[in-house]
Design a protein around this ligand. Sequence first.
Ligand code: MTE
Ligand code: MOS
Length: 772
Amino acid sequence: MSIRHESAHLHVSGQALYADDIPLPANLLHAAFGSSTIAHGRIRSIDMSAVLASPGVVAVAGASDIPGENNYGSILHDDPIFAPGIVQYAGAPLFAVAATGYTAARKAAGRARVDYEPLPAILDIRAALAAQSMVLPTERVERGRPSEALARSPYRLRGTVLMGGQDHFYLEGQIAIAIPQEEGGMLLISSTQHPAEVQQVVAQALARRANQVIVQCRRMGGGFGGKETQPALIAAAAAVLAHKTGRPVKLRLDRDTDMLMTGKRHDFLADYEVGFDSTGRIIALTVLLASRCGYSADLSGPVNDRAVAHIDNAYFLENVAIVSCRCKTHTVSNTAFRGFGGPQGMVVIEQIIDSIARKLRLDPLEVRERNFYGTDTRNVTHYGQTVEDNIIQPLVERLAASSEYRKRREQIARWNAQHGVIKRGIALTPVKFGISFTATMWNKAGALLHVYTDGTVLLNHGGTEMGQGLFTKVAQIVACELGLPLTAIRVSATDTSKVPNTSATAASSSTDLNGKAAQAAAQAIRQRLAQFAAETWGVEPAKVTFQDGQVFAGEERFTFAELVRLANGARVSLSSTGYYRTPKIGWDKKTLQGRPFFYYAYGAAVSEVSVDTLTGETQLLRVDILHDAGSSLNPAIDLGQVEGGFLQGVGWLTSEELWWNSQGELHTHAPSTYKIPTARDWPSLFRVELLEGAPNREDTIYRSKAVGEPPLMLSISTLLAIRDAIASCGSSGQLAEITAPATPEAVLRALAAVRAEAKAGVAPAIGTEAAV
Ligand code: MTE
Ligand code: MOS
């Protein structure tokens, strides 16, 4: 049912409380990080005298002030909270200072005098590959006989696909407040997608037990994956200062520090060779997939695994070999970002398919369709999972028809023939995205549900709210199970003391997981109440029904609140936990084989763009999307996720450029130089539809599908529409490659290459063996 976000009225009126809005005790201290100015080096000495003498300063903390473990690494322990003698990226935290005011803390933090012995820095993927500098050992996945199949392919292409990273640019930056409690306890208010991990890291850093640390999060002003592992650093630093001073400490990063210090989406390169036939069907593919992980592993293992597992997107790759290199560089440690490597894998194959189509002078959509997974044959992925729920072909056909793709392609060709400066392009790309954490153990959730004697319900579950609407959906589920109006349900802040050992709110799975856990808790309560009513009024428990705030037991009829009061009087427990774990899945992280995903979410998008060939500027003229959310729990929220995800992807692929200088200093660390999409970038015509009548064939909560990440990848259509427009400036058969982000500079470079090539007349004639 379309119901507005539970906090919509608070968001728009400014009443929603984010961590920074929470009233705090008067003895609160504000903290700021002092950070490294060089990419790689040994710290010879740090002179803190000017910091300590700075007005308002109360304390400083560095590596030696950490009573426990100086680490916040989530999988490997290779992320120091404060650099212990060596720095590995420009922006790395060295120490934190606590002062009586926010500005005082920031000013003081900049006054440390650090003497470095610089060490050689590896800054990009190519340099890391050359030096074989990796954060994790290289992995390989192979299926079929890729080299033989390549050798016998009538056509072959070799090339490189490049794409940049992306800053999360959540509106609310990283923040944590640490409030000391009695007997060594520590309460943390943290803007985090992963309260359980913050709890664990803080406990380890302070050498406390887990039951002494409580982490709460009511909501985030956006996370997008950037608050999966990074908040543990912020929380741990605040906790160390709170421990040292015995006072509450708030640590809020300003935007520049946030962008310099915290990990981003991984940029990737892919060196590939593809073999195909004259219809465009792929016969063999070999890919070297390499990403910039930064100085530590963080989540780079699973991020790159997901890239490997999405390099097929919706296409059957019969003979394929993928080498996955997780490159270590002296840059910030890259992390989760909406899609978690999936988008990068998909960009690779979509660019390759586009190249095949251009080489063969076919419509790229034709080549896409020719390579789609089948339903009975050609339906097993290269990681061994059978695609059981494939709906990509009918979905794409419907979108191609409703968007008038073919007719518009002709219109665009006519436009381009008539216009010299403004060129147009169009592209349709599909999405098939696997739902579940690839690490099977995280596919679980817990919930805690209380019913009070006035008939109201307080619900807690392991998921966090970051704007995606999780709390709304889970409240809807509980209301539905108990036959109550939504107003009777309240979801409280996520709290490690209520539901323990939770997974990160990530992988788009939180409604799947927490929704089912909350359903189990609500069903337990309903059964108890039904049993009580049945015994009291002598009917079968199955005959007791809950609807519209009423309970019906044979001839008897009560309000829910009345029944609850009676049940409480009869000493029936009105509180329950619920637990859920995803069935059917399992995946061998060593061989990258198995069934990592419970199911797939599908979608497709058509983008039409115009490109100003004088300035390189691009504009989204029209976007048509058909997206599969199964039986949507809340179409209003799901449409918001599709629109927002799409536009965030457009930002990644067109305007958001991270630029480091040759010293490894990030220069784009503020909105003045880092361009996220704004209202101006909204497509002039934007038609978004959810696929109707397509319930999830797996037993998910009310047959819905996860919707948080998959729509981001619909934006690949925009990149390829730009490529299509650029191609119109060259001759048929030219590849017209464009790198992401397709900034005006990148577009002008691509245009220049296309024109130079067309002039030289090097586009090979079709029918001859393609140059390799
Ligand atoms: N939507 C909003 N408004 N804000 C966010 O931070 N994060 C995205 C997506 N949608 C995000 C969002 C990411 S990265 C994920 S994994 C999912 O939401 C997480 O929530 P879900 O599991 O409830 O979909
Ligand atoms: Mo989302 S990248 O899984 O937090």
